[in-house]
Write a protein that binds this ligand. Sequence first.
Ligand code: FES
Length: 159
Amino acid sequence: EAVPEELRPVVGDRLVEEDAEGEPVPLKLADLRVGKPLLAFPFDVASKKVRSETRMNKVVLLRLPEAELDNETRAVAAGGVLAFSGVCTHMGCDIKTWMVSEKVFACFCHGSKFRPLDRGSVAGGPAPRPLPVLPIKLEGEQLVIAGPFTAPPGFTPQA
Ligand code: FES
């Protein structure tokens, strides 16, 4: 049976910063600065375990001005914070760079770009598919996972 650390994100999970030290502290809206991506993992409140045993659970969070979000994006966002798989769909590098001029996430491994304001669609480079969206919501000030990834996170290894 899978342990909590290995499970995919579950509705109601919080999010904790990838590199945080010590006791995990669930992220609040105010912890996100506009335009500064943050890598995070789901956090199971009941067991107090971070679901970080698989890097396929890595999440990239990005806070943007709420006015930039269309209705479809707003429905899966929380106070202007968007969440996606943090694993490039090309060959799996971390997604952690936001290019404000182009409004894309960039993966510098091979130059793929993704549009967070268009459901993670591919804007360039070799990535074969969009970045899966992770729906989130606010409960009070807390960022809370509201649904599963919209597609399996990860990448297709080259033969
Ligand atoms: Fe991201 Fe290749 S792994 S572009």
